[in-house]
Design a protein around this ligand. Structure first.
Ligand code: DON
Length: 308
């Protein structure tokens, strides 16, 4: 299929046909108890184009928990206007470990491997809090503007559930504070981080928000938020570190910068063309959505839209 021949409605119909028999597969994340209550039989897939069209199939109007997908947008906020200070505090390498692992952080002196594992994301939220005085609101306002949804917000029940089950994140943050890699008091950083992760969004809205990257850093209102280099670098980290310890397999199967979350969402970007959002709450053993991964695999297979 050449670029001009892509009929997105046909592609979405094919995605649905492939995914339908697998809906309900996988395990809904329950280490945050509130996430365990989500109906596993949901699936949504949305493609937003840089020309402004949005194509959808499935449950694309149902809100789900963004979780780690928020980490893309907090990273965008701390790297806007050419700011590179964050790279003094976090590396850009895949970790090869679970996203909430503690032991690598200890022997690497409190400097997280990348901004998408939990300690890296905590450092980014800390930096955003230091820069703005209110990390959560800065993130929420960005997402409200880019989705066009003035009601987009945290789910306070999920945020509380994260607080109550968040001892590993607490340990990671205090360990980094012990190494001098926290600028704000740990409880404040955690509070903003938990609320950030609990933001709910629809698949269609997530596709719209991801256009920030598909347009190489330009916001929906036409203003430039990120210089092209910063946008390119965020997408590079999505490709290498965005899907936990399955990033190699995602690069092989999908070939796009992606970021997943334990709420079952995945954001993928075809630079210059599309922002794609997939949601299916059932996760595989590595923590990625089973149906979301299959949908993206089907999309790139059918369209040959890949960075490779
Ligand atoms: O902190 C946590 O464990 C969750 N709020 C987010 C985890 C997630 O989606 C995967 N993280 N990289």
């Amino acid at each position: 299929m050449s670029d001009d021949d892509i009929d997105l409605e046909d592609v979405l119909a094919l995605v649905m046909e492939r995914v339908r028999p697998r809906i309900g597969e996988g395990r809904v994340a329950d280490y945050i108890p509130e996430l365990g209550r989500v109906d596993p039989a949901r699936f949504g897939f949305a493609v937003a184009t840089t020309e402004g069209e949005v194509h959808t199939v499935g449950d694309t109007g149902v809100r789900f928990s963004m979780q780690s997908i928020t980490k893309v947008f907090t990273l965008a906020l701390v790297t806007q206007k050419g700011d590179t200070h964050i790279w003094d505090r976090v590396l850009r390498e895949p970790s090869g470990n679970a996203f909430n692992s503690l032991y690598q952080l200890e022997f690497e002196n409190g400097v997280p491997r990348n901004p998408f594992i939990n300690p890296g994301a905590l450092v980014v939220t800390d930096e955003l809090l230091a820069n703005t005085g209110d990390a959560f609101t800065a993130l929420r306002d960005l997402l409200r503007a880019e989705t066009g949804d003035p009601d987009l917000d945290a789910d306070e029940v999920t945020a509380r559930s994260e607080q109550e089950s968040g001892d590993r994140n607490r340990s990671l943050a205090y360990l980094m504070a012990g190494f001098g890699n926290m600028r704000n008091p740990v409880p404040d950083v955690l509070d903003h981080y938990f609320r950030q992760c609990s933001i709910t969004i629809t698949t269609e809205e997530l596709a719209r928000a991801g256009l920030l990257l598909a347009r190489h850093g330009v916001r929906g209102d036409g203003s430039r938020m990120l210089d092209r280099a910063a946008a390119r670098r965020i997408m590079a980290i999505m490709l290498t570190c965005g899907t936990y310890d399955a990033a190699g397999d995602f690069a092989y199967r999908v070939g796009l910068p992606c970021k997943s979350g334990v709420g079952g969402g995945i954001l993928a970007v075809v630079p210059g063309r599309y922002s794609i959002a997939a949601w299916g709450p059932g996760l595989d053993a590595k923590g990625n959505s089973v149906t979301g991964a299959l949908a993206l695999d089907t999309f790139t297979e059918a369209t040959h839209c890949s960075v490779f």
